[in-house]
Design a binder for this molecule. Sequence first.
Ligand SMILES: [Zn+2]
Length: 340
Amino acid sequence: MEEKLRRIGADALQDLSSACTLEDLNDLRVKYLGKKGELTQVMRGMGALSAAERPLIGQIANEVRASIEKELATRTSALKKLAKELRLKDEGIDVTLPGSPVLRGGKHPLSIVTEEIQKFFLGLGYNIAEGPEIETDYYNFEALNLPKDHPARDMQDTFFISSDTLLRTQTSSVQVRTMEKTAPNLPVKVISPGKVYRRDDDATHSPMFSQVEGLAIDRRITFSDLKGTLDLFMREIFGPKTKTRFRPSYFPFTEPSAEVDISCVMCGGKGCRVCSHTGWLEILGSGMVHPRVLEVSGYNSEEVTGFAFGLGVERITMLKYGIDDLRILFENDLRFLRQF
Ligand SMILES: [Zn+2]
């Protein structure tokens, strides 16, 4: 029996030394020391021993048990320590590794130019007014002196939603809304930036594009106020050497009306391919607010005057950055957008 005990002890120590996980150790505890464990089984047989043998065998059994328990404890703490080290190594951060770059978005060139325009006019004391993109025929046309069946409506190929609602073709629709809200108070000084829609699609036209409309109404506003404002504005956007010129034109909601040209941003006025060798670039439409528009909106056209202008943000953006195809502004190609 003594021999059997010593063999169990030796086997147990051997097994314990080769156990690699805490689960292995627990299995071995059950195998040797559990209720049905090998050592327990042998000790149950002690009742059959003689009184002389019993103390000696009992002592050996206790020694074997103690050595197994001691080894179990040692191995358990060693394996726990190892597991902790492995976990720390696993979760550790190597601060010397290069960081992963964070991609930053940028502003779209149209937003850059729109904000630049807004900043300029806010500096002159203008407010920003906004209006709906789905507009009624009244605000888009009729109130702007464009009655139904007026031939000038053909200048703007319109997306109608119903006979009376449409996608606005111009931000001028915000003019009347703003004047109605303000009248009879003075002055009215607003710009209204926003998207407008026309049935047009080629290298220089898109069915959706952006306009900024400007409107100033007060007593004694004259054409020279319009000229001065736009001249200053063009020099702000295109540089201090930019010249402007006004050509007579026609818009139903202004009288007199003028197209505004700037000296070519590419050649400075000498003539090149971009300006068709004229030295000038067409940039916006403007004029003195038509008396009928003033009256419709609640102002006495005998007492107040005003000017209005409208410009295409895409056109200005293209000229400012030398972009020759409008469509690239809407394609969201990162190779293009990252240049701004
Ligand atoms: Zn030119």
